[in-house]
Design a protein around this ligand. Structure first.
Ligand code: GAR
Length: 216
């Protein structure tokens, strides 16, 4: 079985990375992680990668004069590891358009809201403050504008009465961990393509695969 080579980029805890590591450890999973890159030396995800025997590289943004040279170093590392799909998994640096365009349609991101609502930070607190009834998470192909790009998959999570930022974050994170491996599988199996600003599924039966929801 051909396995798509992934490069996973993180900044912190790396629980989504762990979900991908666990998926890739299954013999029938059509992807493998070639490299994990963190921009912070103390990112816990680096340890997760090393424990799984995966190349783990710290490219510390504070060691570079500007964003372009930092991103060149990341690009070189991804190329060295023959990465075919970049997975941003809690990578908390803004990326220049030049870098994003080099990986156009070959880079996905996970974001803890139902995009295009609640781009940026503190998504759960803002959703609770606004009194919306549903939160969730989104996996999308990356475009130069932050938290923007063709949507591949979303999970809808109800916001209960009395919900706190912490309780909502925990509920949504659970579904992030289901969704990321499922989204990578769809790409690896060639079942999706990007058409303009939308993701198209190759098979209409896959329609509901774009949504993992506790409600259905
Ligand atoms: C996740 O909730 C992810 O959706 C979010 O950071 C967290 C990383 O957790 N990403 C963003 O906010 C990107 N805009 P993890 O390190 O445990 O996977």
């Amino acid at each position: 079985m051909r396995q798509l080579k992934l490069g996973v980029m993180i900044s912190g805890s790396g629980t989504n990375l762990q979900a991908l590591i666990d998926a890739c450890s299954q013999s029938d999973y059509p992807a493998q992680i070639s490299v994990v890159i963190a921009n912070r030396p103390n990112a816990k995800g680096l340890k997760r990668a090393k424990e799984a025997g995966i190349d783990a590289v710290c490219i510390d943004h504070t060691g570079y004069d500007d964003r372009a040279s930092f991103e060149d170093a990341i690009h070189d590392c991804l190329k060295e590891h023959e990465v075919e799909l970049v997975c941003l998994a809690g990578f908390m640096r803004i990326l220049n358009a030049e870098f994003v365009n080099r990986w156009k349609d070959r880079m996905i991101n996970i974001h803890p809201s139902l995009l295009p609502s609640y781009k940026g930070l503190h998504t759960h607190a803002r959703a609770i403050e606004d009194g919306v009834r549903f939160g969730g998470c989104t996996i999308h192909f990356v475009r130069p504008e932050m938290d923007n790009g063709p949507i591949l998959m979303q999970t809808v999570v109800p916001i209960a009465a009395g919900e706190t930022e912490e309780s909502l974050a925990a509920k949504i994170l659970f579904y992030e961990h289901q969704m990321y491996p499922a989204a990578v599988r769809l790409i690896a199996e060639g079942k999706v393509r990007v058409s303009g600003n939308k993701v198209v599924y190759s098979d209409t039966d896959l329609g509901t695969k774009g949504m993992i929801s506790p409600l259905v």
